[in-house]
Design a protein around this ligand. Structure first.
Ligand SMILES: Nc1nc2c(ncn2[C@@H]2O[C@H](COP(=O)(O)OP(=O)(O)OP(=O)(O)O)[C@@H](O)[C@H]2O)c(=O)[nH]1
Ligand SMILES: [Mg+2]
Length: 339
């Protein structure tokens, strides 16, 4: 399949609804929009600007990489496999007089099962509720039908959009000019910022511009907070990132990780137990590897990442288990926080 072809479209029933008017009412029945609860005083003296900025774009364009670059810390895992991000992840970037709450999102896609349905629903929900959008396109691939479809949805939603042309490190100046020219056909009323999220090039002007677009408002998070994720989810994601690095084809999509236990041993060492769910015996075999070699390597790499995150030594216990239909199990998806 040509990777530039869209894997979704309006005809597939994927729709971005019209935006909620100011106020962002919370639905008392569903409890939706919980982020509005985060609004608390605590801003420094004087006028501050703030807002929720959602990341829109096809899978693999570099949304999570950009969030990490802006926040200045790894709050979202990154991989070269599409559909890495499965939850809305808030990453906080606080300056002396502004706070951007970036909302990293799954790539826009056609739902195929409960997992991807939930992911797509979350995208629609967050795009409807945010104050502004970073819409990322992949400079290396140029503008494709998938990008055009997202642009139309953003226009229909009347979103404040900043267009980010990412991965410019992969292009010559002539190629870049051609891509920038192509962005005109999206018909967006948006400033265009060519950047490299991976090499953190041209990020500052992007932040400055976004701050200018946002209204005056309070800080929603403590200025020392980088993310709102539960620690168990963050750690599980660090394990999944190592799995993604070492697996191919259908395996990355078939894997989810759940931290089932965090306990401190008598000698003070923190033990983290994580379940790696897969869908088939063959995938379990791949992840365990010959003589347990693969899971050992995943564990060693993930332990390093987790120790860096927690700033202490840990013992990591990984268990690879088959759970055939986890992508379709509503209760498990609820428990995993994919909603
Ligand atoms: N060369 C280059 N690669 C980049 C850049 N930004 C991101 N990447 C790579 O692109 C791949 C996808 O990055 P992600 O940040 O996971 O992309 P995403 O849009 O969050 O993907 P999904 O979560 O699957 O929707 C990774 O291999 C990144 O290292 C960039 O500026 N230049
Ligand atoms: Mg991502």
């Amino acid at each position: 399949m040509n990777e530039r072809e869209p894997q979704y479209g309006p005809e597939d029933g994927v729709e971005l609804p019209i935006p909620t008017p100011p106020g962002k009412e919370q639905d008392p029945n569903t409890g939706d929009h919980p982020e509005t609860d985060l609004r608390s005083p605590g801003s420094p003296e004087g006028k501050t600007r703030s807002g929720f900025v959602a990341l829109a774009g096809r899978p693999n364009v570099g949304k999570s990489t950009l969030v990490n670059a802006v926040v200045g810390r790894k709050v979202a895992i990154v991989s070269d496999k599409p559909q890495t991000t499965r939850r809305a992840i808030r990453g906080v970037c606080t300056g002396s007089d502004f706070q951007l709450v970036l909302v990293d999102l799954p790539g826009v896609q056609r739902p195929r099962d409960q997992l991807t349905e939930r992911m797509q629903r979350r995208v629609e929900h967050e795009l409807r509720d945010c104050d502004a959008v970073f819409f990322l396109v992949n400079a290396e691939e140029g503008i494709g039908p998938g990008d055009r479809w997202i642009a139309e949805a953003l226009k229909a939603a009347n979103a404040k959009v900043v267009l980010v042309v990412n991965k410019i490190d992969r292009l010559s100046p002539t190629q870049l000019i051609k891509v920038l020219d192509e962005t005109n056909e999206l018909g967006l009323n948006a400033e265009v910022f060519p950047i490299s999220a991976r090499y953190e090039e041209h990020i500052e002007p992007l932040i400055d511009h976004m701050v200018d677009l946002l209204p005056e408002g309070p800080f929603y998070f403590d200025s020392s907070d980088a993310t709102d994720q539960r620690i168990e989810i963050l750690l599980a994601e660090l394990v999944r990132e190592q799995v993604l690095r070492r697996t191919f084809q259908e395996v990355p999509h078939a894997v989810e990780v759940e931290v089932s236990e965090m306990t401190r041993r008598e000698d003070g060492l923190l033990t983290v137990v994580a379940q790696i769910w897969v869908e088939a015996d063959s995938q379990q075999g791949i992840l365990i590897g010959k003589g347990g070699e693969m899971v050992k390597r995943i564990g060693q790499a993930a332990r390093g990442e987790i120790e860096q995150e927690l700033d202490e030594h840990i013992h990591l216990d990984l268990k690879v288990r088959v759970r055939k239909n986890w992508r379709r199990e509503d209760r498990l998806l609820d428990r995993l926080g994919i909603e």
